[in-house]
Design a protein around this ligand. Structure first.
Ligand code: FAD
Ligand code: UDP
Length: 376
């Protein structure tokens, strides 16, 4: 008999196991995939750590989380600076900053950029004034009011419609609000204090977190539910909460991504880890070149080969990997029904991206799992 059964060896379950072990509690971790790590798992291909379930960049301003992870593994200096290839065939720096404005309009100073931005925003601002709209009602209105038509058409519209599978005027405004707009020459995608990729990829971090726990791979909780429930006093469940309750209120929805991964016989395919394709005519949203997450400068040429992944964003159906919760009204209220059941569960806690139906980044997932462990 263990103190804890942890269903799912992803970042949430592994962090919880680490904290429980630190408190002298015994843990059995079961994982349905043939490897631990959940979606942060890396596979080594031709000496390159390939982010098998999508590019993962660690970033946080939470000092406690940063101290925690760097106490376990070392991080490299990777800084995410994606580049976008636009419908007009040109390349632009992201997020929207002085480099982007120079490339788009040729302006060289913040004052020149500000003047053009004001002109660009004028159409949307005037329209909102005429129609008596106080706040943008959808992503299209938000983007036009934030950055204007040129950038909307070249860098936002096509990418967003591919990513979400819906027109921009049917999407919520908040999706675009988190993209920084800067009047400095700064291509760093994140505003966080700390950023990087664990040296050697994410697997060593997961292995450290799982040290001292008994881990069984290739075991789906639902294949032998009663057996697993009898193995421990208490349970942390990080799988799908609707599945735990046999979908009794209905199924939660997700967006997913299909990856087409290719090994190329050349050392440097695109010169950057991330290139976004913002043209609606190109079927994929972006291409990831994995070696750039861990080799910098001319070290890229030490390996004569490279691995790239094209990402195709699609609607999720049963049997696919459930990546992004769709936190719209229908799904959110469905989740609340499941959460009410979960709150009455005497022995089971629910956590993580699937257990809480919440789009956690890695750092908040770690912080949340640690808080939960402190509580128990
Ligand atoms: P998961 O990683 O999904 O782990 C859950 C585990 O439970 C899985 O291994 C699953 O197989 C297992 N499981 C499920 N059901 C069962 C069952 N019935 N029996 C046994 N095992 C089960 N975060 C960032 O901070 N930066 C990024 O750049 C970033 N990029 C991302 C890109 C993509 C495409 C995706 C999908 C996510 C990204 N994230 C990123 C988020 C990051 O992946 C999550 O924060 C993290 O994976 C959360 O871990 P988790 O344990 O909650 O979920
Ligand atoms: N976005 C865009 N063009 C880009 C990159 C992002 O229009 O080249 C928009 C898109 O709507 C996306 C949102 O900005 O959903 C947030 O982008 P982010 O990269 O933060 O999304 P993530 O993939 O991390 O969810």
């Amino acid at each position: 008999m263990y103190d804890w059964l942890i269903v799912g060896a992803g970042l949430y379950g592994a962090t919880f196991a680490h904290e429980a072990r630190k408190r002298g509690l015994s843990c059995l971790v079961i994982e349905k995939r043939r490897h631990s790590g959940g979606n942060i798992y890396c596979e080594t291909v031709d000496g390159i750590n390939v982010h098998k379930y999508g590019a993962h960049i660690f970033h946080t301003s939470d000092q406690e989380v940063w101290r925690f992870v760097t106490g376990l593994v070392d991080f490299n200096r990777y800084t995410n600076c994606p580049v976008a290839k636009a419908p007009n065939g040109r390349l632009y720096n992201l997020p929207f900053n002085m480099n982007t404005f120079y490339q788009m309009w040729g302006c060289q100073t913040p004052a020149e950029a500000e003047a053009i931005l004001a002109e660009q925003r004028h159409e949307a601002v005037e329209r909102m004034r005429r129609e008596g709209i106080a706040e943008p009602r959808n992503l299209e209105e938000q983007a036009l009011a934030l950055i204007g038509r040129d950038i909307y058409e070249q860098l936002i519209q096509g990418y967003t419609e591919k990513q979400w599978g819906r027109p921009c005027n049917e999407l919520p405004a908040f999706i675009i609000k988190r993209l920084p707009v800067r009047l400095t020459f700064d291509n760093n995608y994140f505003n966080d204090l700390h950023q990087g990729i664990p040296i050697g990829g994410y697997n060593p971090l997961i292995d450290k977190l799982l040290e001292g726990a008994d881990v069984r791979l290739g075991e789906d909780f639902f294949d032998r539910r009663d057996y697993w429930m009898a193995q421990a006093e208490r349970v942390l469940f990080t799988g799908k909460i609707d599945q735990f309750y046999d979908y009794r209120f209905g199924r939660l929805e997700y967006r997913t991504v299909r990856f087409e991964t290719e090994v190329l016989n050349q050392p440097n395919y695109q010169g950057n880890a991330v290139i976004n394709y913002t043209d609606a005519q190109v079927p994929y949203t972006r291409i990831i070149e994995h070696k750039h997450f861990e080799s910098f400068g001319n070290a890229v040429y030490d390996n004569p080969r490279t691995v790239i992944s094209r990402e195709y964003s699609t609607e999720w159906t049963e049997g696919m990997e459930p990546y992004y919760p769709v936190n719209d009204h229908r799904n959110q209220s469905l989740y609340e029904q499941y959460r009410a059941l979960a709150a009455q569960e005497p022995r089971v806690l629910f956590g993580g991206r699937l257990g809480e139906y919440k789009y956690y980044d890695m750092a908040p997932a770690i912080a949340s799992a640690r808080r939960l462990a402190h509580k128990i």
